[in-house]
Ligand binder design. Structure first.
Ligand code: ATP
Length: 603
């Protein structure tokens, strides 16, 4: 029979894996520390009883007995703290190791997901799960779990002690406490609380998502002010969170206040009972000592009860967080074949490929695409904006899997290849260059981490970026991004070309690789790319049609289908979409020249 998947805390214990031993150690040490920390109470009781026994002749008090108990009290306290410290260390070590394990697992898993997942789930939401929900586990395992064990043991011991001392006093103390606690616990752990908590998590995820959008969209927000959707969304999310939290708190506050008042005034319940019994037998010294001990124990019992109460709410919070971590871990990664097939060459072939970003199908952005990009040749993809050029490029490294047709590399369906092997076979220079917040050197090295320093310099020279890097005060050790330099679009692109040169993969996909280059830069980029593409299977997407005139094959796309194909000359001779695009492109270039001339004329 299939086992029901675990949820909440049970699932957390499963995720904790072998760190459970440390958690058990922490629990045992915490339990021992509770017993040790009760010794001072026992010592107070014994000393009080001795003093009361000799209340009318204080000289008769057994000094040695009192001192012995005082010493035991101090020893119990010190040892109790020592055990608590070691137990706390064990739980912290376990917590941080579990945190690390879960984060690595999440990061690995996120890396294996198809890009479609990131379409459906905003960055802010993912960030919140990886950061906040995982971080809460630390608080729970390192602090709340040992506390719970501590608290539960202490509570049991105190209650047993109370009942063994005096049943009536114990009942007068325990009954109101149990009633208050039960009402509060059912509120914090009941269905309503769970639903509220779900809404609370959703509200937090919305804030996280819109705050990321807000920060990313700052330039647009500055230009367009408060009308920007993302800003309004952020503001509304904050309002929603505020209103929801107030409602949520109001719902629970009344119960909590009554519970707190009862717990803090336990003496109001048991003291009259004690006074009643004492009034019946004023000479009953042992009972007077018991009543005094109850007065000492009562605050001692309310602290664990408060802790249990906060534990109830923490438990539901953690359980919800773990469920969200689990939801992410349950997302299906791109399927991997057990035994990957090896390609025999590096031709890329699309056969009747249709693709929709919507997994359920419908709204196809590519329809029945078939072409072969031959090894050692340059294939260019052109077409109006939105015709599907980037989508084609991104299907090759399996950012998404196609719904119909096949894409093969060297005769092997890319779904039958190991992802690692497929990635090793290709380099990508994206339209939007992504550079890590790291040194320039490490950014280039990312192309082939085993490369030597000389290899990195050679790649940078070939990509025409060595000179500008050398001119920076810290050269290759310059940090990029926050706290470092900000590169221009063209410079960043040349760094990413250097990365691709270093990787030296047999397939090269260039998506608008010269998009940011100015005319002078573009020449340098062309030189860099010329170096890069020698002997490779090259797929180029370019808006600047002049950059692909020499391509061996040009595929012209329109609305997700292939409208035409051929060389530059053939396509021009045939007329049609490509010729229109060429005419439009060359006349826009002339238009730029005209503007320059105008500037010269009018100064
Ligand atoms: N991540 C995505 N999720 C959903 N739809 C997408 C996604 N990326 C692109 N699309 C849609 O797919 C279609 C093709 O987009 P694609 O980016 O492939 O076109 P393109 O020819 O490269 O455009 P451009 O020249 O403007 O870059 C467009 O209608 C676009 O809206």
């Amino acid at each position: 029979m299939k086992r029901k998947p675990k949820k909440g805390l049970a699932r957390l214990m499963e995720l904790a894996g072998e760190k459970k031993t440390l958690m058990v150690c922490s629990a045992v040490l915490s339990t021992v520390s509770v017993f040790l920390l009760l010794v001072p109470y026992l010592s107070i009781y014994c000393v009080l009883a001795e003093l009361l026994r000799h209340a009318d002749d204080i000289a008769a008090v057994d000094a040695a007995y009192v001192i012995t108990w005082a010493v035991w009290g101090v020893v119990g306290l010190l040892l109790g703290y020592l055990f608590m410290y070691v137990g706390g260390m064990c739980s912290h070590i376990a917590a941080f190791r579990i945190l690390y394990g879960i984060r690595v697992k999440l990061a690995d898993h996120i890396g294996s997901l198809p890009l479609g997942y990131f379409n459906k789930n905003a960055t802010g939401k993912i960030k919140k799960v990886v950061e906040l929900d995982v971080e809460r586990i630390e608080l729970f395992i390192a602090h709340q779990l040992p506390d719970l064990i501590n608290t539960a043991v202490m509570l049991v011991v105190i209650i047993v002690a109370m009942f063994s001392l005096d049943v009536w006093l114990a009942l007068a103390c325990i009954i109101p406490m149990v009633l208050g606690f039960a009402a509060q616990f059912s509120m914090m752990a009941g269905k309503k609380a769970k639903a509220g908590l779900k809404e609370y998590f959703d509200a937090l995820e919305s804030i996280s998502t819109s705050s990321v959008q807000y920060v990313r969209g700052m330039p647009a927000i500055k230009v367009f002010g408060q009308t920007v959707h993302s800003f309004r969304k952020f503001y509304q999310d904050m309002l929603h969170y505020r209103d929801f939290s107030l409602r949520y708190t109001d719902n629970f506050e009344r119960g909590y206040v009554s519970f707190k008042v009862i717990l803090l005034s336990l003496a109001t319940f048991f003291f009259p009972v004690g006074v009643y019994f004492l009034s019946k037998d004023p000479d009953h010294v042992a009972f007077a000592a018991t009543l005094m001990l109850f007065l000492v124990l009562a605050p001692g019992i309310s602290t664990p009860i408060f802790k249990l109460n906060s534990f109830a709410s923490a438990m539901t919070t953690i359980a919800e967080g773990v469920n969200r971590i689990d939801d992410m871990l349950k997302e299906q990664p791109i399927p991997e074949p057990d035994n990957g097939h090896k390609p025999t060459g590096y031709d890329i072939a699309f056969q009747h490929v249709s693709f929709s970003y919507n997994e359920q199908g419908g709204n196809e952005v590519l329809r029945d695409i078939s072409f072969v990009a031959q090894q050692g040749k340059i294939t260019a993809l052109v077409g109006p904006s939105g015709s599907g050029k980037s989508t084609i490029a991104q299907l090759i490294p399996r950012f998404w899997d196609v719904q119909k047709g096949t894409i093969s590399v060297g005769g092997v369906d890319i779904r039958a290849m190991k992802t690692g092997e497929l990635m090793d076979a290709m380099s990508f220079v994206f339209q939007d260059t992504f550079l890590f917040s790291d040194t320039l050197y490490n950014n280039i090295l990312a192309g082939r981490p085993s490369a030597t320093r000389e290899d990195v310099y050679r790649a940078a020279r070939a990509a025409q970026c060595h000179t500008f890097i050398e001119r920076l005060p810290k050269g290759y050790d310059t940090l990029i991004g926050e706290g470092g330099v900000h590169l221009s679009g063209g410079e960043a692109q040349r760094v990413s070309v250097a990365r691709a040169i270093l990787k030296n993969a047999p397939i090269l996909i260039l998506d608008e690789a010269t998009a940011y280059a100015d005319p002078e830069n573009e020449y340098e980029m062309q030189l860099a790319l010329g170096e890069l593409i020698k002997g490779k299977t090259v797929l180029i997407i370019a808006h600047r049609l002049t950059t692909i005139c020499e391509a061996d094959q040009i595929i012209v796309l329109r609305d997700g289908t292939i409208a035409d194909r051929g060389t530059h000359r053939e396509l021009l001779a045939r007329g049609g979409l490509y010729k229109n695009m060429w005419v439009a492109y060359t006349s826009s270039t002339d238009w730029t020249v005209d503007l320059r001339q105008e500037k010269e004329v009018f100064g």
